[in-house]
Design a protein around this ligand. Structure first.
Ligand SMILES: NC(=O)c1ccc[n+]([C@@H]2O[C@H](COP(=O)([O-])OP(=O)(O)OC[C@H]3O[C@@H](n4cnc5c(N)ncnc54)[C@H](O)[C@@H]3O)[C@@H](O)[C@H]2O)c1
Ligand SMILES: [Zn+2]
Length: 427
């Protein structure tokens, strides 16, 4: 990696207002009333709608003079088509003064897109990151968005990103702009108790990779100095993001296996909800890198994998699972950039673990032990990919330059191919 001639000396930190704790979702009507809103659209998906949480959130708004309707048409892992459907619904039933997303990353990201497209002109694809879309920035502020996560995973309630699958190009990518950050995040661990074990495992690996990738990301000082208008939400590893990542890793160490194996353990669910929120506050500013860049083609090119705990109406490799499958090999590759950080991460995740002779192997070993225990498939091969898929996956990974820019080492085509090939089987 080249040393900058004029190193960056500035980093930025953004986060939404936050309300955390069991029972916090009972207060959303009160919170929204403070924004003077009258009509609110509650965005969710069919699985979360079946738990009754979204309707409960909608019902308590009436006593604050707010009319709320539930839209449960979110597609699990949104596509450009599903987002457009949600936008069309909101336009034909609007105008809406505010949005409340109750669900996992899928519902929260759908609400971000609906909010964006009902407050700004143009087409959805105009706003999608280049080169897949037009990379346009929203010119108007968005309406208030309250994000209420029901999974412990994405951290989408704190981030400036909306992730979508662009069907025609067989690639996942995002819309990323500070205006997309929710106004208020309401994290109520009780809503996560009904998360199926398979969702808890995959979404939990998403938390873990957010924390690990932001913790090992390229430091903000290693970039050339930016002008104010060039600043992006992802500014590289920095002291504030590091703090959130560390704390998140320690929480995961104590609660992840329990939350998957004993889903009714409210204490473990609360620790996982904190871990997800903390990791979101870290990676939402530092950024993520290689495992996330790989996850986009791994999810986007799926043929017929149907994971437990997810709707069976479409093939999918859930985001957190897709991210985790190449993580052990990616951290073997990034080890040289900062061996000490990789070892410390392994020790935070598995306190008391022995140090192997080859320290490069420590973090991958801690990760694969955990993945085996919580039922993550054994590598890309187990979700349907083979050697012959590697070139297409590499091409998809290299399209994620916005993410690869945060990697602590330059990633060539050969490097990406070696990481993907090494991830076909993990143990
Ligand atoms: N915006 C961001 O910052 C960001 C970051 C990472 C990932 N993502 C995106 O988020 C999406 C994944 O989100 P996710 O992992 O949170 O899961 P999800 O929203 O896709 O939900 C997964 C499944 O779990 C069910 N479910 C969720 N909560 C439940 C509950 N409490 N009880 C019962 N069932 C429940 C849903 O109905 C769904 O079938 C992907 O599209 C991914 O790309 C976004
Ligand atoms: Zn993620």
């Amino acid at each position: 990696m080249h040393l900058p001639t004029n190193p960056e000396s500035v980093f930025t930190y953004g986060a939404p207002q936050l309300k955390f704790g069991p029972g916090s979702s009972d207060e959303i009507g009160y919170d929204l009333a403070a924004y003077g809103v009258r009509r609110v659209l509650v965005v969710t998906d069919p699985g979360v709608a079946a738990t009754g949480h979204p309707q409960r959130v909608a019902d308590q708004m009436a006593s604050f003079g707010i009319e709320a309707q539930v839209y449960d048409g979110t597609h699990v892992e949104p596509t450009d088509a599903s987002l457009q459907e949600a936008v069309d619904h909101a336009r034909s039933t609007g105008p809406w003064d505010a949005f409340v997303a109750v669900g996992g990353g899928s519902a929260i990201d759908t609400a971000k897109a609906v909010d964006l497209m009902t407050t700004n002109p143009g087409e959805l694809l105009d706003y999608v990151n280049a080169p897949v879309g037009g990379g346009r920035a929203p010119e108007h502020p968005l309406a208030p968005l309250v994000a209420v996560p029901t999974t412990t995973g994405t951290g989408s309630e704190s981030t400036t990103i909306c992730v979508l699958d662009v069907l025609e190009q067989k690639v996942k990518t995002g819309i990323s702009h500070p205006r997309l950050r929710p106004t208020l995040a309401v994290v109520d661990p009780r809503l996560t108790l009904t998360q199926p074990a398979g969702v808890t495992a995959a979404a939990g690996m998403d938390i873990l990779c957010h924390a690990l990738e932001s913790w090992t990301a390229r430091p903000y000082t290693s970039y050339e100095r930016k002008t104010p208008e060039q600043r992006v939400p992802y500014c590289g590893a920095n002291p504030i993001a590091d703090m959130w990542a560390e704390k998140s890793l320690r929480l995961l160490a104590g609660s992840f296996r329990t939350a998957v194996l004993h889903g009714d353990d409210e204490e473990a669910r609360t620790q996982m909800a904190l871990a997800a929120t903390f990791a979101g506050m870290g990676f939402g500013n530092a950024g993520v890198h290689i495992p996330h860049a790989n996850a986009y083609p791994v999810a986007g090119r799926v043929r017929d994998f149907h994971p437990d705990g997810y709707p069976h109406d479409h093939a999918m490799v859930p985001h957190g699972m897709a991210v985790s499958l190449t993580a052990p090999e990616a951290f073997r590759f990034t080890f040289d950039a900062d061996p000490e950080r990789h070892v410390r991460a392994a020790e935070m995740l598995a306190p008391g673990a022995d140090r192997p002779d080859d320290l490069r192997e420590m973090l991958p070993a801690v990760l694969t032990d955990l993945m085996r225990d919580i039922g993550i498939p054994n590598g890309l091969g187990a979700v349907g990919y083979g050697e012959s898929d590697v070139p297409a996956l590499v091409e998809g990974t290299l399209k994620q330059q916005r993410l690869l820019a945060t990697a602590p080492k330059e990633v060539t085509e050969e490097d990406a191919a070696a990481i993907l090939r090494g991830s076909l089987e993990l143990w």
